[in-house]
Ligand binder design. Structure first.
Ligand code: AMP
Ligand code: MG
Length: 426
């Protein structure tokens, strides 16, 4: 495991007093490691939603297992098709899904076939029922119109979805609803997944009230524990809630120790900004290997990062929006990596700004915005208004963060900007 000093030494232009957002990302990628596959567990599919695969899932079968029909219609040997001549065929039987049809189909003959039914040897083309002329007087002949079909139409090939012996999913994949269905289609009842990541969190600050406490002058109710709880839970983490910890060295030491003893990662909020007259930073320094940063970003300038025992520590700022933004920008990608995920970050959207935005080059800004689709189908975005780092309602109103990059300057009305959509995450 690399020490913080090692990581810092290898990072181009590392200055803890003026880090860029991308340097923070690079640093955290070095600081965090995926869970070991040794701790993986086998889970039945219904229990595995949202987990990360610890091993490749190899398909024991071809999916689909046989060539089969993609339509209800008539199956025949497509070599008989010509561009100009309709094809007259005698119907010699019916093939239903789930039952192999026994018999042979000769030239000039076809088989009535249902969707999913096995295509017998020699038949490679299916003409959907509604596109054929069925001669009802006999019900035994059909006409396939000329020039409509090509050989191989409406046929699903054996193994076209998944090949036997090949990886259907790779280690690091998330078990999404689609992935669960895919594994089930192999006839595989269990998957080997990483254990859930355990993340402990607490809020700090003497002015922070827990729910149920009486309001008092100068005090605010703790919201950070709830946003952090929600963000972690949606990621599939196991959460350890250590409450609000007062600015008291003994209480802080107990909380940090308890967190480090049981969690893979620790998230705190508050107490890391410059001039904080509290014990949070001192305790982090005493108990672990911790760096204190000023990041060229808004909101969320101060942050502490490091290791406490075997846990990775993320000391987030106190302001509620800054907590969520630093979580999305840094903590979430780092935790996903620790969970063993290899999924790339979802791409940013490009949307036209409906407002002029003031922005100084030299820092990254995350403004809360609402993306919508205009009448012409293009994406528009407008900010949610007051961008104060304590205005949590902006995170509720918006559906994404407008990312104004480090070197970017002012944005004029109609300029395109990048947006990190956070629906389903926040
Ligand atoms: P700090 O980073 O400790 O200087 O806190 C910055 C601001 O965030 C202050 O106005 C705090 O009152 C506020 N704050 C800190 N922690 C929380 C919390 N858990 N919930 C709501 N607001 C908080
Ligand atoms: Mg404070």
């Amino acid at each position: 495991m690399k020490s913080l000093a090692d990581i810092a030494a290898a990072l181009q232009g590392y200055d803890p007093q003026a880090l860029t957002v991308s340097q923070v990302g690079d640093f955290l990628a070095q600081l965090t490691q995926p869970l070991s596959a040794h701790e993986a567990q086998d889970l039945p599919l219904f229990d595995a939603l949202g987990r990360v695969l610890a091993h490749d899932v190899i398909s024991p079968i071809h999916v689909p297992p046989h060539n089969n029909s993609a339509m209800d219609g008539f199956a025949f040997d497509g070599s008989q098709l010509t561009p100009t001549q309709a094809l007259h065929l005698r119907v010699v039987g019916t093939a239903l899904a789930g039952k192999a049809w026994q018999g042979r189909v000769q030239a000039g003959e076809c088989l009535k076939i249902m969707t999913g039914a096995i295509l017998p040897e020699g038949l490679d083309t299916v003409a959907p029922q509604e596109l054929c002329q069925v001669h009802t007087e006999s019900d035994a002949t059909i006409t396939v119109p000329a020039g409509v079909f090509q050989r191989g139409d409406n046929r699903r090939l054996q193994g076209e979805d998944l090949r036997q012996g090949h990886a259907a999913l790779h280690a690091g994949a998330h078990l999404t609803p689609a992935a669960l269905g895919l594994v089930a289609s192999l006839g595989t009842p269990k998957v080997r997944v990483h254990r859930r990541l355990r993340v402990a969190y607490f809020s700090t600050g003497d002015e922070i009230l827990s729910l149920g406490e009486a309001p008092r002058e100068g005090a605010v109710y703790d919201s950070n524990r709830f946003t952090v709880f929600g963000l972690l839970t949606r990621m599939g983490c196991e959460v350890v809630d250590l409450g609000v910890v007062r600015d008291d060295p003994l209480l802080l030491e107990a909380a940090f120790s308890e967190a480090a003893a049981q969690a893979d990662a620790i998230i705190t909020s508050g107490g890391v900004s410059v001039g904080e007259a509290d014990f949070t930073k001192a305790m982090m320094k005493k108990l672990g290997d911790v760096a204190f940063w000023k990041i060229a970003m808004r909101p969320g300038r101060p942050m502490a990062v490091g290791r406490l025992g075997n846990s990775v520590l993320f000391g987030l700022p106190g302001n509620p929006v800054a907590v969520m933004v630093t979580f999305l920008a840094f903590v979430r990608p780092a935790l996903l990596r620790m969970m063993g995920s290899t999924a790339p970050m979802p791409p940013l959207l490009r949307a036209k700004s409906l407002e002029a935005l003031r922005k100084k080059p030299g820092r990254t800004e995350y403004q809360r915005g609402t993306v919508s689709t205009a009448a012409d189908g293009s994406l528009h975005v407008r900010t949610t208004g007051n961008q104060g780092s304590g205005v949590l309602s902006s995170m509720v109103q918006g559906n994404g963060l407008i990312v104004l990059h480090h070197a970017q300057g002012n944005v004029a009305v109609g300029d395109e900007v990048d947006v990190m959509v956070f629906e389903g995450v926040v």
